[in-house]
Design a binder for this molecule. Structure first.
Ligand code: FA5
Length: 374
């Protein structure tokens, strides 16, 4: 190493001991400027002499200057940390607050069990190729009923009483059986009254209107029904709708998809029941149910009839079936070319099974003590 390079090492040693003795941040700053300041610092000054050195000495000199800078900078950092720590200790010693008190509990946010269940449902269906889409909660009579083969006066409207938006834009409760919120509609059209949708099935029509087969979507969303609540019924609840349209789809595909879903969400321990049902917009139609986790499917508990499943031993989870050819024709699909299956299930019913919640109303009462425990 050249003499000049040795001088740089000596300078670093001198700087280190001065830095270690710096009494406060101001003294430390002055030393920083003096040694490693960009304009007038010792290192900068030394580097300015570089061009005047013989070429052979320049690399060693440059390396020595960098090494000296690194030593000085780490000494500055070390001493800075020491000074800050002792300043903190001084503050604590002189503080008026009682620092021995336990800290305030930090409340960590988390997903609501319903949101968690929706995320799980869409994740599982995504694995089977279903894209998640959403639709409007305030819906035309046309999509909620008519396009699903439920014209005014159809008995299937009876189980779908809901809130209707009347001509003045305010809400009124009416029996869906009237189909018009109590108002006569001369020509059935999309400009009919609007309502709070009673199921997610209107999205079957909306999606088919917008896309050509193959279609594979899952639609989670809020639904509304004007009905008395009990352990498994709410007037505002969530459903997830599934729709698949393709060539040569059959009931076997529907069953395979729903069984795979049940296994993925519950493992193999829940029993699955699949049996015929009726929906105007699917043919044939079926219903899928899981055995009740409270009474283990027996229908009774120590207290008597199981309140969660109403004594049946089963919790009805979804309706399903092959999309009705009339619904396919209505959106311009050719039923001789494409077929499809659809299903619509209750999110809360799954969340109840997943979290062991015996009463659906516990999800929407906003009692954090309960929501944090599941
Ligand atoms: C329907 O709503 C049909 N749209 C389902 C369907 C879709 C059939 C596609 C065929 C093809 P249903 O009224 O049975 O069917 O409701 C479906 C599921 O929603 C029920 O199995 C239940 O899990 C849930 N559900 C229905 N009403 C309520 C309620 N009031 N509270 C909580 N969950 C409910």
């Amino acid at each position: 190493m050249s003499i000049v390079a040795n001088d740089l090492a000596d300078m670093a040693t001198r700087a280190e001991s001065e830095i270690a003795a710096a009494a406060d941040e101001a003294a430390l700053d002055a030393l920083r400027v003096r040694y490693v300041g960009r304009r007038e610092g010792e290192i900068t000054k030394a580097l300015k002499t570089l061009p005047s050195l013989p070429a052979a000495e320049r690399p060693a000199f440059g390396a020595a200057a960098n090494a000296a800078r690194e030593r000085i900078e780490s000494a500055l950092e070390r001493r800075g940390g020491e000074l800050r720590a002792s300043a903190l200790e001084r503050d604590i010693a002189g503080a008026a607050a009682d620092l021995t008190l336990p800290p305030r509990r930090v409340r960590v946010g988390r997903y609501h069990p319903i949101s968690r269940t929706i995320r799980e449902i869409t994740r599982i269906f995504a694995g089977m190729g279903f894209e998640a889409v959403e639709g409007p909660e305030v819906e035309w009579d046309y999509y909620n009923f008519e396009a699903l083969n439920i014209p005014p006066g159809h008995p299937a409207r009876d189980k779908f009483s809901t809130l209707w938006v009347n001509a003045e834009g305010s809400m009124e409760v009416a029996l869906a059986a009237t189909g018009t919120g109590g108002r006569a509609v001369a020509e059935p059209s999309r400009r009919q009254p609007m309502l709070l949708r009673t199921h997610t099935s209107p999205m079957q029509i909306r999606v088919m209107e917008q896309r050509r087969p193959p279609v594979r979507v899952v639609v989670p969303g809020r639904c509304y029904r004007f009905e008395a609540t009990d352990a498994t019924h709410e007037s505002v609840f969530f459903q997830y709708e599934g729709l698949a349209i393709d060539e040569q789809l059959s009931m076997a595909d529907l069953k395979g998809v729903l069984y795979s879903f049940a296994r993925q969400i519950f493992g193999s321990e829940r029993k699955v029941r699949f049996r015929p049902d009726y929906f105007p917009f699917t043919e044939p139609s079926a219903e899928i149910a899981f055995d009740c986790f409270v009474c283990d499917g027996s229908g009774t508990t120590n207290a008597g009839r199981c309140a969660t499943c109403g004594g049946s031993g089963w919790i009805e989870a979804a309706g399903c079936g092959m999309v009705h050819p009339e619904a396919l024709r209505r959106v311009g699909y050719d039923p001789s070319q494409v077929q499809g299956f659809a299903f619509g299930g209750g999110v809360e019913r799954l969340a109840m099974l997943l979290t062991g919640t015996p009463d659906i109303r516990l999800f929407h009462q906003n009692d954090l003590r309960y929501l944090e425990s599941v």
